[in-house]
Structure formats: C-alpha cells, structure tokens
Design a protein around this ligand. Sequence first.
Ligand SMILES: Cc1cc2nc3c(=O)[nH]c(=O)nc-3n(C[C@H](O)[C@H](O)[C@H](O)COP(=O)(O)OP(=O)(O)OC[C@H]3O[C@@H](n4cnc5c(N)ncnc54)[C@H](O)[C@@H]3O)c2cc1C
Length: 329
Amino acid sequence: MFDLIIIGAGPAGISAAYEAKKLNLNYLVIEKGLIADTIYHYPIGLTVFSTTNELEFYEGELKPAREKPTREELLSYYVRFCLENDLNIQTEEEVLNVEKLAENNFKVTSDKSEYEAKNVLFAIGAMQYPRHLNVKGEDLPKVHHRFLETYPWVKKNALVVGGGNSAGEAALFLAQEGANATLATFRKDWEETDPKQGCIKHWVKEPLEEQLEKNCVGVFFLGRVVEIKENEVLLESENGTVENLPNDVIFVLIGADADLTMLKNLGVETKNSKYGEVPIYDEETFETNVSSVYVVGHFTEARHIGGAIEVPKKIVPKIAAKFEKVKSP
Ligand SMILES: Cc1cc2nc3c(=O)[nH]c(=O)nc-3n(C[C@H](O)[C@H](O)[C@H](O)COP(=O)(O)OP(=O)(O)OC[C@H]3O[C@@H](n4cnc5c(N)ncnc54)[C@H](O)[C@@H]3O)c2cc1C
C-alpha cells in the first residue's frame, strides 16, 4: 500500500515525487511515456519562452548557455534531477483506472500492474487529446497534430493551422529552414497582442513578420479549412472565397485537451473555465471533492511549469501531515 501514487512525470509529478521523498512517504510515480514526456515532444532545438526561475525546482540549478533554455537543456535538467535524487518513477506504464475501494484506499490499475494507495495525485497534464479540425482528409498521413522538426520539409509546401505561439513558431522555423510555409490563422489571433490571450509571442511574431516581408512565409487569413487532399488543401478565406493551395504537409496546432475520464469516473466534479473543462479542487490543498484525490499542473488553473512545480511543494507536506495526525493520538 503506497502512501501516495502520482500519475505523470512532468514537472508537476517530478516536483511532487521529490517532496514525497523528502518527507519519507512511500510513493510511486507512474508515467506513460518518458520522464518529462511533454517536453520531450517539444520541437527539436526550441528555446522555451520561460526564464530559468520559472522552470527550476531550486533556484540556480538550470544553467542554460543563453538567457533561456532549449528543449534539450530543459529535458536534460529534469531527467538528471530525477536520476540524481533517485526518484521512484516507472516510465512507459499507463494508468488506465483509479478506483476508490474505501476511505484512503485506492486501487490503481495500469497496463502493467495493479497497486494500492492511500492517496492519489493526478499530474497528467493537458496534452492527451490534440484538437482536430474535423474536416475531410485530416486522417491523411501528411497531417500532423504536433510539430517536431523542420528538415523533412525543406522545399516542401507546408501549411501550419493555428493562432497561438506553437503555430507561429512552427511557421517561423519552417520558413527559416527552407520550407515553402504558410500560416493559416484567424485575423483576430494574428492581431492579438495580449500574452494572456495566448497570442504569438513578440519574439516569434517579429521575425515572422520579417519572413513575411521577404516573401519567405505566407499568412492566410482563415475563414475555415474546407478539405485536405493528397497534394493540396482547400481553404476558405475570411472573405468567403475558397482557395486551393498546393500542399505536402499540414501541422494542425490548435491546442490540446486533458483526459479527465479517470477523474470523472472517480466522481471528481469539473467546471468550465477559460481553459476549458477543469477539475474542481480546494485552492489551498488541491484536493478534489473526492477525499484523498489531488490534482496538480497543466490541467488545473495553475498552468505553466512554474505553477506545476510550486503547487506540489505546498500540498505534498499537507498530505504527509495527514499521516502524522493518524500516528499521534
Ligand atoms: C511547444 C511547447 C512549449 C512550451 N513552453 C513552455 C514554457 O516555455 N514555459 C511554460 O511554463 N510552459 C510551456 N509549455 C507548457 C508546459 O509544457 C506545461 O505547462 C507543462 O508541461 C506542465 O507540466 P505538467 O507536469 O502539469 O504536465 P506535463 O508536463 O504534460 O506532464 C504530464 C505527464 O503525465 C503523463 N500522463 C498522462 N496521462 C497519464 C496516464 N494515464 N498514465 C501515466 N502517465 C500519464 C504524460 O505522459 C506526461 O508526461 C509549453 C508547451 C508546449 C507544447
């Protein structure tokens, strides 16, 4: 019987594991992919937008060559942190179900085994379901819902669909590295300048505009994507005219959603927020309405890596304190 099972080894799960270890809890992290799997899937060579203080477990540990770390530097830091602290993480094992058997007694079922735990902390992130356009042809192999690298697309006709920073970055990288890239976006997203609205960050937008002036990238103000075909894509413009673009590859980068199924099956209540559906939890303890079920990280309202790391530092000691209360009369 584990004191605490943590589902997911992203920044939130790693932070929770480290706290649990410091407090001598009998804990286990189960991760369906690799350590920091979401970061592993960032585009190769990407420089992240956060500064080091928002990404570190402890100040001064992450020492990037430039002001902000690359994907590789960040990933290396998180992996080394887990190894150097000998955190109890099992990778490539997916949790399929969590069932409450009794108070402080959960059965956690994975694709490899079954476990029992007194507390369960969900740190599952919000990357499970990349959003789809739901148009004809989206199932063609040339359509990707993640962007990893540019080099397979040199001299190819590449279309990026989306209005946020990931889409802007993908279009910029493709244009800079010799693809014939077009960004299909809503005009309101292109013109948005408020970072809180998830706009393209100015250090991406400015070089993108330079590429636009040099005719190295195109921007298509979208009404909707009509259809994707083998060698072309049909786009309806904001004015309602339909254009047929030659096309070799498409990146649909319009966000992703968490999978809240396990939480809902446990009876955890959810609500709609500006981020979409999120679990309801106590703002101090991050415990849900199902006692001893906790949530942290990117599928809560404490988004981004900074929150994903800080919240476990606050709540895992509260979980540990429950055991002390049980021990002392
Ligand atoms: C391209 C890109 C760039 C970004 N740049 C930044 C940035 O600069 N700064 C910033 O703050 N944020 C950035 N983000 C967002 C950032 O990645 C997230 O905020 C961060 O990963 C949240 O950490 P987390 O631990 O909550 O979730 P995640 O890192 O997503 O970790 C969740 C983990 O849970 C695992 N998991 C899910 N379901 C299961 C299951 N059933 N069983 C077992 N394991 C499971 C997943 O495999 C994953 O490893 C960026 C995102 C992208 C896509």
